[in-house]
Design a protein around this ligand. Structure first.
Ligand SMILES: Cc1cc2nc3c(=O)[nH]c(=O)nc-3n(C[C@H](O)[C@H](O)[C@H](O)COP(=O)(O)O)c2cc1C
Length: 186
């Protein structure tokens, strides 16, 4: 695989929480990013609640997210699990960007990761997120799946991912996202 420039990945955390495990998981991905890839993490704070009456023109925060997705070669979404589904903040952001005249997730390579304090590590949320993204025409990496259960046991008090096994799974997903991005865009 040859690439003239690095694959630019946009990391989106579905949690607005300061000490979010999902944002921390994206920071771990930033540390582990393979050569030939870059990762930029964006925050969904500031995105208003979706209202069709307010979509023209797009609010500034939504336009910034839309253009960041459009400019990225691939997207990495870290989803929390709320009541067996994705967070309202994440669904809200996806609803907004879906209303763009040229929805930026259509045809975009996307990988999913997630951390929860429960036993199933966002398995249920990821299934639902995959469904929403498929509706939007995103090209979601089929495997591997990174679902971090009992997040409080694998992150330290500074939000560092301490589990070597989980770090390995994450690095493997990033490598496969690079290959997937190349495959689906060439
Ligand atoms: C409203 C709400 C619902 C939740 N539902 C689930 C759930 O269905 N499954 C689960 O594993 N954790 C659930 N949790 C716990 C989250 O996994 C935990 O709060 C986690 O830290 C959220 O991600 P974050 O750290 O990135 O904010 C829920 C938390 C909240 C606040």
């Amino acid at each position: 695989m040859t690439n003239e420039r690095p694959i630019h990945v946009l990391g989106i955390s579905g949690s607005l929480r300061d000490s979010s495990y999902n944002t921390a998981l994206l920071r771990a991905a930033e540390e582990l990013i393979p050569a030939g890839m870059t990762l930029e993490i964006v925050n969904l704070a500031g995105i208003p609640v979706f209202n069709v009456d307010e979509e023209i023109p797009f609010p500034k925060a939504v336009e910034e997210l839309r253009s960041a997705i459009a400019a990225a070669d691939a997207v990495l979404i870290a989803t929390p699990e709320y009541n067996s589904s994705i967070s309202g903040a994440l669904k809200n952001a996806l609803d907004w960007v879906s209303r763009s005249p040229q929805p930026p997730l259509t045809g975009k390579p996307v990988a999913l990761i997630g951390a929860s304090t429960g036993m199933f590590g966002t398995a249920r949320a990821q299934v639902q997120l995959r469904q929403v993204l498929t509706h939007l025409g995103a090209l979601v990496l089929p495997k591997p799946e990174v679902m971090v259960a009992k997040a409080q046991e694998v992150f330290d008090e500074n939000g560092r991912l301490t589990s070597e096994a989980t770090r390995g799974f994450l690095q493997d997903l990033l490598t496969k996202l690079a290959t997937w991005t190349w495959q689906v865009t060439h």
